[in-house]
Design a protein around this ligand. Structure first.
Ligand SMILES: O=C(O)CCC(=O)C(=O)O
Ligand SMILES: [Fe+2]
Length: 327
């Protein structure tokens, strides 16, 4: 069900996508209240739990405590709440069934003006206490604005559990230009971006809003909407959620990406996120992912095939790790 802002509603078309679209253009977000039934959510959650219990080698996590990216199979599983689980959509169709559920895919398609391509998903059991940002700072789409996100509540959100916060209308703040001339964040200028946005928010009188979601609710936001995870006040509370990011189809076609059609949209078949761990992490219990390393680094494959290098693993140990390559 589409929930419109009271001012955007009228008696004839309060549920119409046309109205929601104008609300999205005006405010940069859209709430779909009760979009998923408890059964739909539980099905995905139990598939995810099953996957994580198996600890397969391809699941990659980011630590919320240290920011380090590593393999879930090598992480401390008692700390399950302290990790962000990347791209489970690549491994489980139940995750794709939520992210590209037909009605959601159709709404995302209307807002983007073309079919959505699911390229990333992140699952969290806890609020990430993330500072405010816009997604296009880090994942800068080829065509400006051709990026959209959907945040799905996998349980009711408690006010002390670090609800997602966002600033309605902030997507209209002109994009900040970094010293290299792009809109892509450069790490040593992030503080400048923050100062710029802080001033813009105050000048425009924009106000923070919290997404007090119920299980099954969805918040869709624009590539340039300012948002983040508010601080978790009660560390014992979970805030189970899944956030999905989508590009517009044409940008992906231009880059010749491998798209799999689904429900009027697509998901991107791509390698899992790269990991840079000490070569000592690999051994009999966790073999080096030879094939994915060679696929990620065609120059290494070429060196192995021509006999200049014995294997991808030896390349990583002797050179690749030092060169900052990912596995
Ligand atoms: O879940 C959150 O609190 C924030 C997630 C987010 O900003 C993102 O994944 O883009
Ligand atoms: Fe974000």
């Amino acid at each position: 069900m589409l929930q419109c802002e009271p001012s955007a509603m009228n008696q004839t078309d309060e549920m119409g996508v046309g109205v929601s679209q104008s609300q999205f253009e005006r405010d940069g977000f859209l709430v779909l209240e009760g979009h998923f039934s408890p059964h739909q959510i539980d099905r995905a959650v139990s598939a995810i739990r099953g996957l994580l219990d198996q600890r397969p080698n391809e699941v990659v996590v980011d630590s919320l405590k240290t920011g380090r990216t590593t393999f879930w199979a090598q992480a401390d599983k008692r700390e399950v709440r302290s990790f962000r689980f990347n791209d489970l959509f690549l491994m489980r169709e139940e995750v794709r069934d939520l992210a590209l559920e037909p009605e959601l895919a159709s709404i995302l398609g209307s807002l983007l003006g073309e079919p959505p391509v699911l390229f990333g998903s992140r699952n969290l059991r806890k609020g990430p206490s993330e500072t405010i940002h816009i997604d296009s700072l880090y994942t800068t789409p080829r065509t400006p604005h051709s990026l959209i996100a959907a945040w799905i509540a996998l349980e009711d959100v408690h006010p002390e559990a670090g609800p997602l916060v966002y600033y309605p209308g902030s997507h209209r703040i002109p994009l900040y230009r970094f010293n290299d001339g792009t809109h892509h964040a450069s790490p040593d200028e992030e503080a400048d971006w923050f100062d710029y946005v802080d001033v813009q928010i105050r000048l425009r009188g924009l106000r923070e809003r919290k997404f007090m979601a119920r299980k099954g609710d969805v918040l869709i936001w624009h590539a340039d909407l300012v948002h983040g995870g508010s601080p978790v006040r009660d560390l014992g509370r979970t805030r189970s959620s899944m956030v999905c990011h989508y590009f517009g189809e044409s940008d992906c076609r231009e880059r010749d990406m491998d798209l799999v059609a689904m429900n009027g949209g697509h998901w991107l078949r791509r390698p899992r996120k790269a990991v840079r761990v000490d070569p000592a992490a690999f051994g009999p219990a966790f073999p080096f992912p030879e094939e994915s390393y060679l696929a990620r680094h065609p120059d290494v494959r070429e060196a192995v095939e021509s006999g200049r290098c014995p294997s991808g693993e030896s390349h990583y140990r002797d050179l690749g790790f030092g060169e900052g390559r990912g596995v």
